[in-house]
Design a protein around this ligand. Structure first.
Ligand code: GUN
Length: 304
């Protein structure tokens, strides 16, 4: 008797953010050790205002990873009702401290504090988040600057997965300042054709189906399923959303992983995909900041 069986459809392979972030952290650790022999000790200051539980977890992880690779970290905490003046005064103090190379203010800030005022109070050369307009402008112009950590991490995942990205069509879903816009810029610099899909796009799924590379950063749990994808697409899922299940809660991305992996060729899982890359690139940025500070003239001299 002959059994008529249809072959199981191939599933996308996972893009292992844990393993790739470990490579980045190894690179950072090696560089920290080399700098120590020259008596250079890069330091990162992290400021948390208030007690947002998710922010507490993110900050704790950032500080732990910094310690892991030998980067000195300084933790600053201000109460939920701290004034904007207090935040700005602390940033001024850290800007002036030559032993501090990177400054990160964990977002979101309490509603009474103007986030933009705080971001732009940080000296751009210490802005390891890459959110200051000077760094954003430099990124668009292709000048070496401090680049936002999550998009940098996504680019590394793509290079490790695809190699050269030239000529590929990338669709970025979401247009935030933190991920969508800098991601689109980095993909353009990597010679991709780039489309940005957002809440006003006429037919987001149809645009997305044209993509060789999909980067999802919209904050909508499991929005993107197989019907949005061209067969063989590479999918980077930046979303981290907590959803309710019958037995409690679980974390999911902006992509419906189970559905998408039946069509994609490679996909980042959530958790374990993009998440670990963000911290790794924060620490890499701290090294870059320290390097820029050693090779760039102080601002007062630079304008003479
Ligand atoms: N909150 C969520 N993501 C980020 C980030 O990348 N940087 C900072 N500073 N805060 C965040």
């Amino acid at each position: 008797m002959t059994l008529l069986t249809s072959p199981l459809p191939a599933l996308a392979r996972d893009i292992d953010g844990k393993a790739i972030s470990a490579l980045v952290l190894d690179e950072v650790r090696a560089e920290v050790q080399a700098l120590a022999t020259q008596q250079v000790f890069p330091a990162l200051a992290v400021l948390l205002v208030g007690e947002d539980p998710a922010s507490e977890v993110y900050v704790r992880n950032k500080l732990l990873r910094a310690k892991d690779v030998g980067i000195r970290s300084l933790e600053y905490r201000l109460a939920q009702d701290a004034s904007q003046q207090q935040v700005l005064a602390l940033i001024a103090q850290l800007n002036a401290d030559a032993t501090v190379n990177g400054i990160l203010v964990q977002l979101p800030l309490p509603a009474h504090i103007d986030e933009q005022a705080v971001i732009h109070a940080i000296d751009p050369i210490k802005d390891v988040d890459g959110f200051h307009r000077e760094n954003v402008g430099g990124l668009v112009q292709g000048i070496e600057v401090l680049t936002p950590c999550t998009p940098s991490g996504c680019m590394r995942l793509l290079y490790e997965t695809c190699g050269d990205l030239s000529g590929l069509h990338a669709v970025v879903i979401g247009r935030s300042n933190i991920v969508g816009k800098p991601m689109a810029t980095l993909l353009l610099q990597a010679n991709c054709s780039v489309s940005v899909v957002h809440s006003r796009s006429r037919d987001a799924a149809a645009l997305c189906r044209l993509a060789d590379i999909v980067v999802a950063a919209v904050g909508r749990p499991q929005l993107i399923d197989a019907s949005w994808l061209k067969p063989g697409a590479v999918v980077i899922d930046v979303g981290i959303n907590r959803i309710n299940t019958d037995t409690g809660t679980r974390l999911v991305g902006d992509v419906d992983y189970a559905s998408a992996r039946t069509v994609a060729s490679a996909i980042t899982p959530v958790p374990g995909g993009v998440g670990p890359m963000t911290i790794a690139y924060l620490l890499k940025n701290t090294l870059i900041a320290s390097q820029l500070q050693r090779t760039t003239l102080p601002r007062a001299l630079a304008v003479i």
